[in-house]
Design a protein around this ligand. Structure first.
Ligand code: SAM
Ligand code: SF4
Length: 333
């Protein structure tokens, strides 16, 4: 009998987010700087190594697995990993396999994702204005993302839109995005920008409180309390007029850590126990040192024993440095 992962605060860890690459075909202004340097290939786990790690996490009680990045769908042969992970859905060991993507590669991968057992995906989209889209992603192609969302829905995938709320960027557009999501049968989650990694500007300029966003949306929409919970940082309402779910991820104005059920694995095999803390354990060394999975599982249990109680993100004009030095693309959100 294998012991499940329970942290020092009694929280069961049953959700793993895996960043399969630190690379991306976009350069979103809040996520990356324009001249990012990426990891050398030798440091990045092979897909086979990732599969072995994920398999062990599933053996230790992970029921939900999200593939993320960087942009996960730009990693070569990533569909092989989805196929391997999909087998655990068939066996009943895993309840859900999902992906967070910028949508740029969805047209060619949506049907394959569905075939691997993926049923719901998150697509990041901060604006419906093509010029603004180019401004915020720096390199993104709006039409490709739209085509990707179409392809995903045609393939049978439920799509949730992730939008980062940014002052003087999309605050006047969020109302329209809620309407659009209603028309397109998409759920939506609004995210407060988090102070992760140097992006070459002061984050206080971009920060927009979701409490303020919510008050504004309530002028136009009836937001009904919803009992939908994911164990994560989002609180959900239902938009009565559209029937769609709307989530608010508010790491700065609300503490969500008590019910945290997740850990994050980077593409180099480093396990981060909290999005907003630097506590991390290297799993690549035990992974590469031996084929004995028992050693790996002991290392995973050792890591879970150090899961911190919570984050301490602060966005403060006087504090220009990010709360954690790594970029969001290291752990994938
Ligand atoms: N490339 C994929 C995408 O954009 O969906 C997956 C990785 S991306 C890092 C995951 C999510 O993190 C995206 O929804 C993105 O908007 C969000 N994100 C990135 N940097 C952020 C930050 N500093 N604060 C809040 N959300 C951020
Ligand atoms: Fe790439 Fe996603 Fe970061 Fe944008 S948010 S730069 S798409 S990893």
């Amino acid at each position: 009998m294998i012991d499940h992962m329970i942290d020092p605060f009694g929280r069961t860890v049953d959700y793993l987010r895996v960043s399969v690459t630190d690379r991306c075909d976009f350069r979103c202004a809040y996520c990356m700087s324009e001249d990012m340097s990426f990891l050398p290939k030798a440091e990045v786990l092979s897909l086979e190594e990732m599969e072995r790690l994920c398999r062990n996490f599933i053996d230790l009680g992970v029921r939900k697995l999200r593939v993320t990045g960087g942009e996960p769908l730009v990693r070569r042969n990533v569909m092989w990993l989805f196929q391997q992970l999909g087998r655990h859905l068939d066996s009943g060991a895993l309840d859900e396999l999902t992906v967070t993507t910028n949508g740029s590669q969805l047209s060619r991968h949506a049907a394959d994702l569905y075939a691997c057992g993926v049923r719901r995906i998150n697509v990041s989209l901060d604006t419906l204005n093509p010029d603004k889209f180019l401004a915020i992603t720096r390199w993104g192609k709006f039409d490709r993302v739209m085509a990707g969302i179409d392809a995903a829905q045609e393939a049978g995938l439920a799509v949730k839109i992730n939008a980062v709320a940014l002052r003087d960027f999309n605050e006047d557009e969020l109302d329209r995005m809620v309407a659009w999501c209603g028309e397109r049968e998409l759920d939506m989650t609004l995210i407060e920008a988090m102070p992760m990694g140097d992006v070459g500007r002061n984050r206080a300029d971009q920060h927009l409180s979701l409490a303020e966003v919510r008050r504004n949306l309530e002028q136009s929409w009836t937001l009904q309390a919803s009992d939908h919970h994911t164990g994560g940082p989002a609180s959900y309402v239902t938009v009565a007029e559209t029937g769609r779910k709307l989530g608010f991820i508010t790491p700065l104005s609300h503490n969500f850590c008590e019910a945290c059920n997740r850990v994050r694995l980077t593409c180099t095999g480093t396990l981060f126990m909290c999005l907003g803390q630097d506590d991390a354990v290297d799993l690549r060394a035990p992974l590469r040192a031996t084929a004995d999975d028992e050693v790996l599982r002991r290392a995973i249990h050792g890591a879970i024993a150090h899961k911190p109680k919570g984050h301490d993100f602060v966005i403060d004009r006087d504090r220009a440095d990010p709360a954690v030095a790594r970029h969001m693309s290291v752990t994938g959100g």
